[in-house]
Design a protein around this ligand. Structure first.
Ligand code: FAD
Length: 445
């Protein structure tokens, strides 16, 4: 049973409903009409996956939604996601010539508009691709796995995705909160990829339920590892064993499950009125802070070692967090966790003016993550670096030290962004296609 708790207003007036409502059709066409259609489109240079931005904007400006959607589909399998969570201000929009005059085209919102319009009107008819090129297994269904799956299915490969969670989507589903990226949007995008003929096997943890060796025995020609960075980093300071210190990604996941009605409120370890401190300055920290305000936490603050200009979170996320009431402590380096009778009561921090204790009922850790070793430890011959990231080659692009096994996304390049995971995955998909083609040729010789 899915219980929809999204629209429950809390005392601050915040809900889990998406905060940015997107463009209406009229607004989208008007915005697209402002595009100068530059002869050297810098917006496209700024897009890591080389989306043909001017072409889809021109199609949209003429009201040709289907054409706009087809143009986007040539480069991206996840436009409704990218339209919402990409750092546009640093990428396409940041490069738009009109941005210098503070009038940059809202490219992200236009991409989102077209993808959402398509989801409603079903503009993009699924094409049937003959599956004759070979068989590929994809481990993990985050942006990297979904990109490899979509790109190879379009080229005529039979693709099976193995996902440990009970639904595809990776961080898009269990990390980024509903009010920034509605779960339905992620489901619509994965459904589109399934319509290309990709098969999803969920609740399957590779390394436990099946191994890479077993997948090769089943006849896969190549395997892609896109398992992300599932292990959150810890902060082993004095007092770490006090009760009340929790990983932020764990909280985000449990709140998603609670909002879906899959777990009870008491399984989310934040009580109404709790004063919460979050350590870290990335998107995970901002997402956790804003989520906790929606859940009814009393006071939510973020502590960061550096200054506001050095935050790694999206600028828009930081601004939204401030507007919603999240407080920030800059240049605070955690020194120890403080508590009584086994329970946390605060965090001692070093500041430019000396040491102080910030009171808190709970402290969330949002200081990064690294790859889990489950796949590597159950498979021979895949080299990783000291931190556990998979090492890959340039030729064929993305292949690991084990023949036929490829990797991409955060498990190779460290936690980055959705679009950078997609960018790498697109290159790895090409490497895999070339590898399988060569393998098949050698088989017939
Ligand atoms: P993931 O998305 O981590 O996907 C890996 C998948 O592999 C998961 O589904 C996992 O369950 C599965 N898996 C792992 N091990 C196994 C196994 N052994 N067997 C089977 N399946 C397995 N980026 C942005 O661009 N914009 C943002 O606003 C943004 N916000 C973020 C907010 C949060 C809270 C977090 C955590 C990240 C955010 N990011 C954001 C970063 C972005 O989400 C990641 O860079 C991106 O998801 C990485 O994609 P991936 O496919 O490599 O890995």
């Amino acid at each position: 049973m899915i219980i929809n708790r999204d629209s429950n207003l809390n005392k601050l007036g915040l809900t889990f409903v998406e905060t940015d409502q997107g463009f209406t059709t009229k607004e989208a066409i008007t915005e697209a009409g402002r595009c100068l259609n530059c002869s050297k489109p810098l917006c496209r240079t700024g897009c890591p996956i080389d989306n043909d931005i001017p072409a889809f904007i021109q199609a949209l400006a003429k009201g040709n939604m289907g054409e706009a959607r087809e143009i986007i589909a040539e480069r991206s399998n996840l436009p409704a996601v990218c339209g919402r969570v990409c750092p546009h201000e640093k990428q396409c929009e940041g490069h738009c010539v009109l941005t210098k005059k503070q009038q940059g085209i809202k490219i992200g919102k236009l991409e989102r508009f077209i993808a959402d319009f398509d989801a409603e009107m079903n503009l993009l008819k699924p094409k049937v691709f003959t599956k004759s090129k070979g068989r590929v297994a994809v481990i993990g269904s985050g942006p990297a796995g979904l990109t490899v799956a979509g790109d190879l299915a379009k080229q005529g490969f039979t693709v099976v995705v193995y996902e440990a969670e009970n639904e595809p989507g990776g961080v898009l589903l269990y990390g980024i909160p509903q009010f920034r990226l509605p779960k339905e949007v992620v489901r619509q995008e994965t459904e589109r990829i399934a319509q290309l003929g990709v098969k999803f096997i969920t609740n399957c943890l590779v390394g436990a339920d099946v191994t890479i060796d077993r997948l090769f025995e089943e006849g896969f020609d190549a395997i892609f590892i896109g398992s992300g960075t599932a292990l959150p980093k810890d902060l082993n300071l004095p007092g770490r064993d006090l009760m009340g210190i929790i990983q932020a990604t764990y909280i985000l996941r449990t709140i998603t499950l609670y909002n879906q009605g899959k777990i009870d409120r008491k399984e989310v370890p934040i009580c109404p009125g709790d004063e919460v401190l979050i350590i870290g300055g990335g998107n995970v920290s901002m997402d956790a802070a804003r989520t906790l305000l929606r859940l009814g936490a009393g006071k939510v603050s973020v502590t960061f070692r550096k200054t506001v200009n050095e935050l790694t979170a999206l600028q828009s996320e930081y601004e939204d967090a401030v507007a919603e009431g999240v407080k920030f402590h800059w240049q605070c380096t955690p020194v120890s966790f403080v508590g009584t009778e086994g329970r946390l009561t605060g965090l001692e921090v070093e500041t430019p003016t000396g040491r102080t204790v910030l009171p808190a009922h709970k402290v969330l850790l949002a200081i990064g993550s690294r790859p889990a070793a489950r796949i590597i430890s159950t498979t021979k011959g895949i080299d990783v670096n000291e931190a556990g990231y998979v090492i890959t080659k340039k030729v064929p692009y993305g292949m690991t030290s084990r023949k036929g096994v490829f990797a991409g996304g955060d498990v190779v390049h460290q936690p980055a962004t959705v679009v950078l995971a997609m960018k790498e995955a697109k290159k790895v998909a090409k490497g895999m296609a070339a590898y399988v083609e060569a393998k098949k040729l050698l088989e017939v010789c």
